[in-house]
Ligand binder design. Structure first.
Ligand code: NAD
Ligand code: UGA
Length: 319
């Protein structure tokens, strides 16, 4: 089984490569190692992946010659992208259109006539829903992104669906809901909070802290990718991948404090544009089609996330 993982050096991509290698896939990873966050984190991820069944190609999907890269590939896991809801305004937007829309179109165009490709799994996002029509939100509810990031993820998702419809490219889009766990990006909430707990730092809450998120543990997201690749589905299919937490940020912080056995210093700052009040997805569709359901509770997931943080930042507070 030959797989291509784009964004292989990133948070979700690197965790996915580990799983694919363990499952016996031959994996080619590609990543341009952008400087959106500390590149040494991505280089560390890649060091851990070195060894059998993994070849890494450093390069940008927007400019690489992708033809040799997709030759004989059966499964593509397209994780590469420019993430981050709150940074997608202003002059930074071009990075989002380039990495999320243009790169996806180039990749789809390259595999349009592929004879070997069995599945093209796209890492979409709950941000396509914006402040949704209803909760929990289902795949058939109207997407209405609230951030420029969400617009680019939705556009790329539509590209996947229309290459499916027009050319039969076997695409499937997975709408991830706020992914957390070991290796989470340093710009995301829980990694910032874990770091603050371990280094006596201060945490900034954007807005009231009443915003609700459906947090999803990274290994559950990885498992959804593998199931999506290996199961039958109509080209252009879309699935929510949601952990089912339905918890406010302040309550999630309380859970993390309980896990860590200590409390955080919080300060409230203004809400950031693009940040939705609530996410929450139904998982009935993916459960029926792929047999997927979240398996990791927030307490267990945050325990792993905190232990991972302890290994990185050692513990300068609690010992
Ligand atoms: P990440 O930034 O850790 O990983 C993305 C990787 O893609 C990075 O290593 C980056 O260097 C690479 N990349 C970016 N542009 C590229 C290009 N043009 N060519 C080659 N490589 C490129 O982010 P992540 O959190 O692991 O997210 C992975 C994917 O999942 C993204 O597409 C993101 O939009 C999506 N997603 C993430 C979450 C989440 O909570 N983490 C939620 C919903 C969707
Ligand atoms: C996350 C990812 O960053 C996006 O790439 C992804 O597409 C999105 O999930 C998704 O589900 O689609 P977000 O929900 O904002 O976005 O994830 P976090 O960065 O973990 O933030 C969670 C909440 O904590 C947000 O309401 C945010 O405003 C808040 N937050 C974050 C803070 O209050 N302080 C911080 O320092 C960081």
């Amino acid at each position: 089984m030959k797989a291509l993982v784009t964004g292989a050096a990133g948070f979700v991509g690197s965790r996915l490569v580990t799983r694919l290698k363990a499952d016996g896939f031959d994996v080619v990873g590609v990543d341009s190692i952008t400087d959106y966050y500390d590149r040494s984190i991505k280089l560390d991820n890649l060091r851990r992946l070195q060894g059998d069944n993994f070849e890494f190609i450093e390069g940008d999907l927007n400019s690489l010659n992708l033809v040799p890269l997709v030759k004989d590939v059966e499964y593509i896991f397209h994780q590469a992208g420019q993430p981050g809801v709150r940074k997608s305004w202003g002059k930074d937007f071009s990075a989002y259109t380039r990495a999320n829309i243009a790169a996806t179109q180039i990749l789809l165009e390259t595999v349009k006539d592929s004879a070997s490709l069995k599945k093209f799994v796209y890492a979409s996002s709950s941000s396509v829903y914006g402040n949704a029509e209803r909760y929990p939100t289902s795949e058939s509810d109207r997407p209405q992104p609230l951030s420029p990031y969400g617009v680019t993820k939705l556009a790329a998702e539509h590209l996947c669906s229309l290459y499916g419809e027009n050319f039969g490219v076997p695409t499937v889009s997975l709408r991830y809901f706020t992914v957390y766990g070991p290796g989470q990006r340093p710009d995301m909430a829980f990694t910032r909070f874990v770091r603050a707990l371990l280094t006596d730092g201060e945490v900034r809450i954007f807005g009231t802290g009443e915003q609700i998120r459906d947090y999803t543990f990274v290994d559950d997201v990885v498992d959804a990718n593998v199931r999506a690749a290996l199961s039958k589905s109509e080209p252009g299919e879309v699935f929510n991948v949601a952990g089912g937490t339905n918890i406010s940020l302040l309550d999630a912080i309380h859970t993390l404090e309980t896990v860590a056995g200590r409390s955080m210093r919080l300060t409230h700052v203004d809400k950031v544009a693009g940040d939705v009040a609530r996410t929450g997805g139904t998982t009935d569709k993916i459960n029926t089609a792929l047999g997927w359901a979240p398996t990791v509770t927030l307490t267990d997931g945050l325990t792993e996330h905190f232990e991972w943080g302890r290994r990185i930042w050692s513990d300068s507070v609690g010992g």
